[in-house]
Design a protein. Structure first.
Length: 364
């Protein structure tokens, strides 16, 4: 074999650009055999292991709980127990799943220090060096951000891999989107009566199940809320697949009800319950978490009377369902959206139509 073989971060899902290094299963300089587990990594949709492509000695310097770009070198396997220089170009392992980007270690360190995502370097396959990062920074030597200084009156807070990925993905959205918010209040008693009517016809249904079903039926008339802006132009998805946010102690996940506009209320409820059960059993697959075109997040069961949901990546809007206010027994429906795609009047029209459907809607 070559004296040195790179082990890149594989691309497990087409939309993944980074993964979190969860755990190393070997130590630097440890002798390994082909197929031996080197590390466990996690994306927003799945956890996976990275194995040694060949026998040799494993070397690496990335620390657990750090983000690594898909396609970047995670480790290398050396024929001898001698690590290569940090920035030496190392040939990729045969048949390795290489992502769109290749970054040197120092380039990645500089990117992390300044909050630069892999998207800043386009979709080419050329190697990204420190000089390329500096050009993105305007050709000026970067000064570490104040946030990187070690505070004297605080201690590190441990965050899960899923939270680190969430921060990265939502930070990217916020850097480019123009976030806007419109809310509409609705009488809690009216909602309860509407749920009773639908439950009498279909069997017990929750506000989340009814809300997701009604949103799916409405989005055909609001294509700008069922799409995204790529920084150059607006796009609208041809189908409606709605994710619903869940965090019941197993980290935040957003399972997706596919082709939701085609489903009856009962079929929607069954899909949500099936995905929720898979979440609790830790059986959600990548396909269950991919392809969402809109998101619903329901914090009403947690007593949140108002909150600001955050638009997800490659989407233009998200609906938040709030709890009843103790004083007047009204609850808010909150729509956060990208102002590049819609405006306040359209958002208000959508919420008004959703209110009408919730209170008067079909039972099919």
């Amino acid at each position: 074999m070559s004296s040195r073989i790179a082990v890149p971060v594989p691309q497990m899902n087409p939309n993944d650009e980074q993964a979190v290094l969860v755990q190393w299963h070997v130590k630097p300089g440890m002798q390994v055999v082909a197929g031996q587990k080197l590390a466990t990594m996690e994306t927003s949709k799945t956890a996976f292991d990275v194995d040694a492509p060949s026998p040799g000695y494993a070397f690496f310097d990335a620390e657990p709980k750090t983000l690594v770009a898909v396609g970047a070198r995670l480790a290398w396997i050396c024929a001898e127990n001698v690590p290569p220089p940090p920035d030496e170009e190392v040939p990729a392992a045969p048949d390795a799943a290489v992502g769109r980007q290749r970054f040197t270690r120092k380039a990645l360190q500089l990117m992390r220090r300044h909050g630069i995502g892999v998207e800043a370097f386009g979709s080419g396959t050329g190697r990204v060096e420190v000089a390329d990062v500096e050009r993105v920074l305007g050709g000026q030597a970067a000064r570490p951000a104040e946030a990187t200084a070690v505070p004297q009156d605080a201690e590190p807070l441990e965050q899960s891999p899923s939270k680190l990925l969430e921060i990265q993905a939502l930070s990217e959205v916020q850097r480019h989107a123009i976030p806007s918010l419109v809310s509409l209040s609705i009488a809690g008693a009216d909602v309860e009566e509407a749920l009773r009517r639908r439950s009498a016809a279909q069997g017990p249904v929750s506000l989340l199940e009814v809300g997701l079903h009604d949103v799916a039926r409405l989005l055909a008339g609001f294509p700008e809320l069922n799409g995204y802006h790529d920084g150059t132009r607006a796009w609208s998805y041809r189908s409606v697949s709605i994710g619903f946010a869940m965090n019941l102690g197993r980290s935040l996940r957003v399972p997706v009800v596919r082709d939701a506009a085609r489903l009856s209320l009962l079929e929607t409820a069954r899909a949500i319950r099936s995905l929720s059960l898979a979440y609790m059993r830790d059986e959600l697959q990548v396909a269950d978490l991919s392809g969402g075109t809109f998101t619903v997040t329901d914090l009403s069961t947690h007593g949140a009377e108002f909150f600001v949901p955050v638009v997800n990546r490659r989407q233009s809007a998200i609906l938040g369902i709030c709890a009843e206010r103790a004083g007047d027994r009204r609850r808010n429906l909150v729509l956060a959206f990208d102002h590049r795609m819609a405006d306040g009047m359209r958002a208000a029209a959508f919420l008004g139509a959703l209110r009408d459907r919730l209170l008067e809607g079909e039972t099919g």
